[in-house]
Write a protein that binds this ligand. Structure first.
Ligand code: TA6
Length: 278
């Protein structure tokens, strides 16, 4: 595990002897790259991403906390994706590398969200796996509630050819269509238009089929799954995504969005997303 400069932001580069690699930025505790052993890049990081701290980094795995999207009055996707985290534990074994980054409230975050908390993101690369765990502790004296997500941008060869399996029969809120509540009735999700859905209560693992490579996606603690692709028009409106960027990304996010998670003083919560290159 090495500290590196990634486009002007301090980051940690993880590597295992077997050849898995990942890069985690201290800005937002955002994973920017993941290459499973013997494979190629599996996360989408926009070539037009901005790293000067003025805006979130487009791509990788942004951490959304204590608010997912615009579900409340806080800034979109919360307050930790645009702030520096500190490095905690760093460990490597024969076949894995682990880092923990920590964020503790500051005067600045208190002014936006008046709560005492510690958020910890633990990243483990091991063989074909990437495990990402977000832990939140209420270190104050009163209860608080939050929504959250690991806003994972997966790299796909051609989004129209990608197939996401495992969501059949699930209810979802369609943010791309007036927040209508629908039920998925297809064997797989195919993205061929703007897609922005919050699937509720997903207990099954998902499988992303992408040309000749597959990815298993598992979550624990995060009850919901968000599937997002901005498609052509919305992509064109995002200055930090190239015009064809939407073709090479698909966000499949582990989220706690439908219901807020409530934590009493002293309580903790943890949610995890695992990606497995198959
Ligand atoms: O997770 C989906 C979403 O909430 C979309 O509605 C879309 O706006 C996206 O996140 C990206 O948000 P951002 O603030 O990073 O541009």
């Amino acid at each position: 595990i090495e500290t590196i400069d990634f486009n002007g932001q301090p980051a940690l580069a993880l590597a295992t002897q077997a050849g898995s690699r990942a890069v985690v930025s201290l800005f937002g505790a955002q994973i920017l790259s993941w290459i499973p052993a013997g494979s190629e890049e599996r996360l989408y990081l926009s070539p037009a991403a901005v790293y000067d701290g003025s805006t979130p980094i487009r791509g990788g795995i942004p951490v959304c906390f204590p608010q997912f999207a615009g579900l409340g009055k806080l800034p979109k996707h919360g307050i930790v994706r645009t702030r520096p985290w500190v490095v905690g534990e760093q460990r490597t074994g024969d076949d894995y590398a682990l880092v923990t980054l920590r964020f503790t409230e500051t005067d600045e975050t208190w002014a936006i969200w008046p709560q005492n908390f510690v958020a910890e993101l633990t990243v483990v690369v091991e063989g074909e796996r990437l495990d990402v765990e977000l832990e939140v502790e209420n270190t104050g004296h009163a209860p608080f509630a939050f929504t959250a997500a690991l806003h994972t941008y997966l790299r796909v060869r051609e989004v129209e050819n990608a197939r996401l399996e495992g969501l059949y029969g699930h209810e979802y809120r369609d943010s791309a269509d007036h927040n209508r509540i629908r039920r998925d009735s297809g064997d797989m999700v195919v993205v061929e238009d703007e897609t922005d859905r919050v699937y509720h209560d997903v207990k099954r693992p998902l499988l992303l089929r992408d040309s000749n490579r597959n990815l298993g996606i598992n979550a624990e603690g995060f009850p919901d799954v968000v599937v997002w692709n901005p498609w052509e028009e919305r992509c064109a409106a995002l200055a930090d995504l190239p015009a064809n960027g939407f073709r090479h990304m698909l966000c499949v996010e582990a989220a706690a969005a439908r219901q807020r998670i409530e934590l009493d003083a002293g309580e903790s919560w943890a949610g995890r997303q695992s990606l497995i290159a198959l």
